[in-house]
Design a protein around this ligand. Structure first.
Ligand SMILES: O=C1O[C@H](COP(=O)(O)O)[C@@H](O)[C@H](O)[C@H]1O
Length: 164
């Protein structure tokens, strides 16, 4: 949401190219509605399907990361990180406000051609260190499960990179 609102202010994206979440609906209904929207875009050949995965394939996905290592609304230890079928799903118990959210699932995120991961602030330094370091002793954080079909590029500010 933030991206669509901020980007449309900064760069001239035609309004018809922005597919906003319908926040008048419940989280469940908004997730269904958004997945239906994606399916229409696939049918009308605006959005590709990955030959590898059969899920929608975005050219580029811009993700952030929370200080707990979550991406999109896929939080560490939450069952949604293991969703394998849905394109878009919902969460009603998000550990970070707001509690009701919708999110792309990992099959969609990881079918992207490319992903830019933009991470800023000292509050993210520990998790950046853990994610990019060698310690694979504990369960993977959601950010460590991000694996697009093409390139994954991290963009860090000095504070976020301070423990590397
Ligand atoms: O809740 C969320 O937080 C993360 C991190 O946000 P930031 O403002 O600290 O960069 C964001 O990437 C994610 O999309 C969102 O669901």
């Amino acid at each position: 949401m933030w991206i669509s609102i901020e980007c449309t202010k900064q760069i001239p994206i035609p309004a018809g190219h922005v597919y906003a979440i319908n926040d008048a609906l419940s989280a469940e209904a908004a997730a269904d509605d958004y997945e239906t929207c994606l399916r229409h875009l696939v049918k009308s050949k605006i959005l590709d399907i990955s030959k590898e995965s059969g899920f929608p394939k975005f050219d580029v996905m811009l993700l952030g990361m929370g200080p707990d290592g979550h991406v999109a609304s896929l939080f560490p230890g939450h069952p949604l990180v293991h969703e394998k079928e849905k394109w878009v799903t919902f969460i009603k118990d998000s550990p970070k406000p707001p509690p009701n959210r919708i999110t792309f699932t990992f099959p969609v995120i990881n079918s992207s051609a490319n992903i830019a991961l933009a991470v800023v602030g000292a509050g993210k330094a520990d998790v950046v260190h853990k994610s990019l370091g060698d310690d694979k002793s504990s369960d993977l954080l959601p950010v460590q499960m991000v694996s697009p079909e093409g390139e994954l590029v991290w963009f860090l500010d000095k504070d976020a990179a301070s423990k590397l």
